[in-house]
Ligand binder design. Structure first.
Ligand code: FES
Ligand SMILES: [Fe+2]
Length: 439
C-alpha cells in the first residue's frame, strides 16, 4: 500500500543539481573552517553595509563591523559613495568608532592624522619628519569596492567579483515592482548569539521548521507542499514563494471558520471574514481585488506589483548570508555574520523597511509599534537576555544554541535532509567549493 507523500516543488526553470556532499559538523565548530571562510569566502562576496538614507551630504559616513574587519562608507562631493577599510595607514588604529555620523575630515584618534572624505591624507603632525617628504596628498586610505542597489549600500573586498547588480541577479529585476528605492528602515536591531552563523543560514534555507517553530503562522501563510515553490539559481542564490493570505494545507482550515490571522488580514482590507466560512481559501483572491481597488487611496503604490506579490511572501536567500523577505508592505533583511574569533558565536541582524505612506506616523514592526522614521528602533542586545529581535526571529534563534550543542556530539554523523531542504545542501556544496576548493 502506498501512502501519499507531499512532494517538494522546485521551479523547472530555476533548479540546480546537487552532489550530495556530506554536511559535517566541523564547519559549525572548528577554528580552521572559520579561518578558511575568512580567507576564501568573505572576500569573494558582496556585503550589505547599510542604507543610502544615512549618506546624504558629503562627509556622511556609516561603519560596518564584520568579523575582525571594519569598513566605512563615506559620501563623496560628487554624490557617489566610497568604502574604505577602517584602519589608519599610520599605525593601524581604527579611525571611525561609531555606527554613523558626519565629518568634514576623518580624524584618527591616536596621532591626529586627518583624511578628506575621498580618503586622501590631508594633515599630519610634523609633516617634514618623513624620509620621503610630506605624505599629505600622496597617502590614501585603503579603498574597496562600493556600489548601491535600491536603498542599500554594499561593499566588496575583491576586484574580480562580478559588479553588484550582476551578483544580485535575478533579484533586482524580480523585486522591481516593490519600488524599494525610497523605503524607510524603521527597525535596525542586532544581537550576539551563541551559535555559528550558518545555523541560521540553514534555517532560512528551509521552510520545514515552520509547523514546529512558528505554528501560529499556519493560519495565514500556506507552508504546505507542494504549494510552496522553491527556486534555485546557478549563482548560489535561491528563493521561496510562499502563498500568503491562505492557511496551511497541512491541516484542514478550509472547511470551517476563518482562522485567526487570516480573519484579521481579511478585515484589514474591508472583507467580511464571516462570508468566507467553509471557503477560507477564497480570501486570498478577495484581498488581491481589495488591494487593487483601495491600495492607492490608502497611500500604497501597488501599480507595478503582480497579483502574487500583493499577497504572497517572496523569500530571497542570497549566498552566503543575506535574506530579503518581501511582502508589499514590508521588506525584512535577516542575516548572520561571523563572530571575530569564536566559530560557535555569531551576530544576528534584523532590519525592516517600509514604503512611505502619506500621513503615516507610526508602523507595526516585528518588535512592536514604532514611529515611522529612519532607525526608530535601533539597538544591539545579547540573545537570551529578554530583548526581542522580532517575534518570528526570536523563535528561529531559539533553536540555535541547542543545535550548536548537538552538532558538537561525537554521535552526529552529518545531516540527513528531505527533498525540500535541497537549498541547504546546495548552500553547503557551494561553501565547500569556496572554502575547500579555493574557488
Ligand atoms: S595610528 Fe592613526 S595617526 Fe597614528
Ligand atoms: Fe523561521
Amino acid at each position: 500500500m502506498t501512502v501519499e507523500q507531499p512532494i517538494s516543488r522546485y521551479s523547472p526553470e530555476f533548479d540546480v543539481a546537487v552532489r550530495g556532499d556530506t554536511i559535517t559538523a566541523d564547519r559549525y565548530i572548528s577554528k580552521e573552517w572559520m579561518e578558511l571562510e575568512r580567507d576564501r569566502l568573505w572576500p569573494k562576496v558582496w556585503h550589505l553595509g547599510g542604507v543610502t538614507a544615512e549618506l546624504e551630504e558629503e562627509g556622511d559616513f556609516i561603519r560596518h563591523n564584520f568579523g575582525k574587519e571594519s569598513v566605512i562608507m563615506v559620501k563623496q562631493a560628487d554624490g557617489s559613495i566610497k568604502a574604505f577599510y577602517n584602519s589608519c595607514p599610520h599605525r593601524g588604529n581604527r579611525l571611525i568608532l561609531g555606527d554613523a555620523g558626519s565629518t568634514p575630515r576623518i580624524t584618527c584618534g591616536y596621532h591626529g592624522w586627518q583624511f578628506d572624505p575621498d580618503g586622501t591624507l590631508v594633515h599630519v603632525q610634523d609633516p617634514d619628519d618623513f624620509a620621503g617628504g610630506n605624505p599629505c596628498g600622496k597617502t590614501k586610505l585603503s579603498e574597496l569596492r562600493c556600489e548601491t542597489w535600491g536603498p542599500f549600500v554594499f561593499w566588496c573586498m575583491d576586484d574580480d567579483v562580478a559588479p553588484l547588480h550582476e551578483w544580485l541577479s535575478p533579484f533586482p529585476e524580480r523585486l522591481k515592482g516593490y519600488k524599494l528605492e525610497n523605503w524607510v528602515r524603521v527597525l535596525n536591531v542586532s544581537a550576539d548569539a551563541n551559535f555559528n552563523w550558518k545555523i541560521i543560514r540553514d534555517n532560512f534555507n528551509e521552510s520545514y521548521h515552520l509547523p514546529t517553530i512558528h505554528p501560529e503562522l499556519a493560519t495565514f501563510i500556506n507552508d504546505g507542499l507542494p504549494t510552496t515553490l522553491f527556486e534555485m539559481y546557478e549563482s548560489g542564490h535561491n528563493a521561496m514563494w510562499m502563498i500568503g493570505h491562505q492557511a496551511t494545507t497541512r491541516k484542514d482550515y478550509v472547511s470551517g471558520d476563518v482562522p485567526p490571522g487570516l480573519y484579521e488580514a481579511a478585515e484589514a482590507w474591508g472583507i467580511d471574514p464571516k462570508e468566507y466560512r467553509g471557503r477560507t481559501n477564497d480570501i486570498r483572491e478577495a484581498v488581491i481585488k481589495a488591494k487593487r481597488e483601495k491600495g492607492a487611496e490608502r497611500g500604497y503604490d501597488y501599480s507595478e506589483m503582480t497579483d502574487q506579490q500583493l499577497v504572497d511572501y517572496f523569500h530571497c536567500t542570497l549566498f552566503p548570508n543575506l535574506t530579503i523577505t518581501m511582502s508589499p508592505e514590508q521588506c525584512q533583511i535577516l542575516r548572520t555574520e561571523p563572530h571575530p574569533t569564536d566559530p560557535e558565536k555569531c551576530v544576528f541582524q534584523h532590519w525592516c523597511l517600509y514604503p512611505p505612506v502619506e500621513g503615516m506616523t507610526e508602523i507595526d514592526t516585528p518588535v512592536g509599534r514604532a514611529p515611522f522614521r529612519h532607525d526608530a528602533i535601533h539597538r544591539h542586545s545579547v540573545y537570551g537576555d529578554g530583548v526581542s529581535v522580532g517575534y518570528v526571529a526570536d523563535q528561529d534563534l531559539s533553536i540555535g544554541t541547542t543545535q550548536q550543542q548537538g552538532l558538537n556530539s561525537r554521535g552526529f554523523k552529518g545531516c540527513l535532509l528531505p527533498g525540500q531542504e535541497k537549498r541547504i545542501q546546495r548552500f553547503h556544496e557551494l561553501l565547500n567549493d569556496y572554502v575547500k576548493g579555493g574557488a
